[in-house]
Design a protein around this ligand. Sequence first.
Ligand code: GAR
Length: 200
Amino acid sequence: MKKIAVFASGSGSNFQAIIDVVESGDLDADISLLVCDKPGAYAIERAKTAKIPSFIFSAKDYPSKEHYEEKILAQLKSYGVEFIVLAGYMRLIGPKLLAEYKGRIVNVHPSLLPAFPGKDAIGQALAAQVKWSGITIHFVDEGMDTGPIIVQERVRIEENETRESLQQKIQKSEHKLYPSILQMLLTQGDVINDTKARVN
Ligand code: GAR
């Protein structure tokens, strides 16, 4: 069973969806660690409840990304983490972590990339008045939401759509699709090895 770490910055509803499918036996993974860059985040409570260790840090306590990523890397190694799942982690992954894990880091983003990368993808889609948005699950490279796309799912934006209603639809889609794609990636080793070769 692969050892994974989940990285989150906020409420952690995707983290919870992953915990739930591991507990129900539909995802063959061992969630070995939560990495969280926001000391007050609700994701930390979810880790406690599920008895998952967490590494919590504040970027401002370190002189640079390289310094805090070095600490993260040491934690990942000490737990034997093989695969990283970003679930609402609102920081760019730097060269330090990529050097060790490139091809083995995935992210979920709340838009149909390459449209609306970066922060507030939902607000960006509403401001652009598009009729469809959605979610993208992709491998992580050094860019901002630019890595190879694994899968996308469309979500319709209605006339009277609000930020809350769109976020709810998008998260519903994420909570279902992300765990099932993780199951595919973690149990079909070749997919990871092939992609690692391509991404590197
Ligand atoms: C998710 O909707 C995820 O797609 C988004 O943050 C949310 C986290 O929610 N990620 C990004 O915007 C990354 N660029 P959660 O903490 O409830 O899982």
